[in-house]
Design a protein around this ligand. Structure first.
Ligand code: 2DT
Length: 212
C-alpha cells in the first residue's frame, strides 16, 4: 500500500552478466553518494566472508563439487544470514548498493536447468530491492572484454543462458542501462536513476519482501 514508514536508506541492486562493469560502477556510485553526504555502504553477494560464503567461494573456484540444488540453497542462505543486518542498516538510514542479489541466484541456477519457480522459493521473505538496475551487454560483447577469470560460470555458452534467464526474470520496474556505453556515460545514467530512488526512500517508502 502507500502507507508511509520512517525515513530510511535505499536498497539498490545492480545485476548483469560477468564483465558488464557492475563492480566498478558500484564503487563509483558509492564515492558519489558519499561526496553528497549520504550514508552508504557497498555490499555484494555472494558475501564470501561468512562460513557459507567460504563454501560458495570454494565451489566457484572449482575446488569443491556440489549438487546444483545444494549450491543454490547456499547462495540463498548467504543472503538470509545477512537479512537482519540489511534491514537494520536501511532503517538506520544507510543506503546499500548491492552487487548481485536474488536475481543472480535465480538466473544462474535456472541457466543450469533448474526450475525457475523452485529457484525463487527460498528467496521469498528477503527484502525486495527498491531498485534493480540491469547493466545490459550481450554475452558476446562481454566475452570480448576478456578477463574472464577462471571461475566456474565464466564461459560464453553459459553466460548466454544466464542472459536468457535474466530476461525472463526482469519486469517493468527494472531500469536497463546500456553497459556498452563509455564508463562515464553509464555512471551518469546510474546517478540519475539511483538518486530518485534514494529520495523516495528518504521520504519513507514502506519495505516490501520478495518475491512479487
Ligand atoms: P561474483 O563474480 O560477482 O563474485 O559472483 N551467483 C551469484 C550465483 O550463482 N548465485 C547467486 O545467488 C549469486 C549472488 C554469479 C560470483 C558468481 O556467482 C554467481 C557469479
Amino acid at each position: 500500500g502507500n502507507k508511509k514508514c520512517d525515513s530510511r536508506g535505499a536498497l539498490i541492486v545492480l545485476e548483469g552478466l560477468d564483465r558488464c562493469g557492475k563492480t566498478s560502477q558500484c564503487s563509483r556510485l558509492i564515492s558519489y553518494l558519499e561526496e553528497l553526504g549520504h550514508a552508504v555502504e557497498s555490499w555484494r553477494f555472494p558475501d564470501r566472508n561468512t562460513g557459507v560464503g567460504q563454501m560458495i567461494s570454494s565451489y566457484l573456484a572449482n575446488k569443491s563439487h556440489l549438487d546444483d540444488h545444494a549450491i543454490h540453497l547456499l547462495f540463498s542462505a548467504n543472503r538470509w544470514e545477512k537479512r537482519s543486518l540489511m534491514e537494520s542498516k536501511l532503517r538506520s538510514g544507510t543506503t546499500l548498493i548491492v552487487d548481485r542479489y536474488s536475481f543472480s541466484g535465480v538466473a544462474f541456477s535456472s541457466a543450469k536447468g533448474l526450475d525457475m519457480e523452485w529457484c525463487k522459493a527460498p528467496e521469498a521473505g528477503l527484502l525486495a530491492p527498491d531498485l534493480v538496475v540491469y547493466l545490459d551487454i550481450s554475452p558476446e560483447k562481454a566475452a570480448e572484454r576478456g578477463g574472464y577469470g577462471g571461475e566456474r560460470y565464466e564461459q560464453l555458452e553459459f553466460q548466454k543462458r544466464v542472459a536468457q534467464s535474466y530476461k525472463m526474470l526482469s519486469d517493468a520496474t527494472w531500469k536497463i542501462v546500456d553497459a556498452t556505453l563509455p564508463i562515464e556515460d553509464v555512471q551518469k545514467q546510474l546517478r540519475q536513476i539511483i538518486m530518485e530512488c534514494v529520495l523516495t526512500c528518504q521520504q519513507g517508502k514502506p519495505f516490501v519482501e520478495l518475491w512479487q
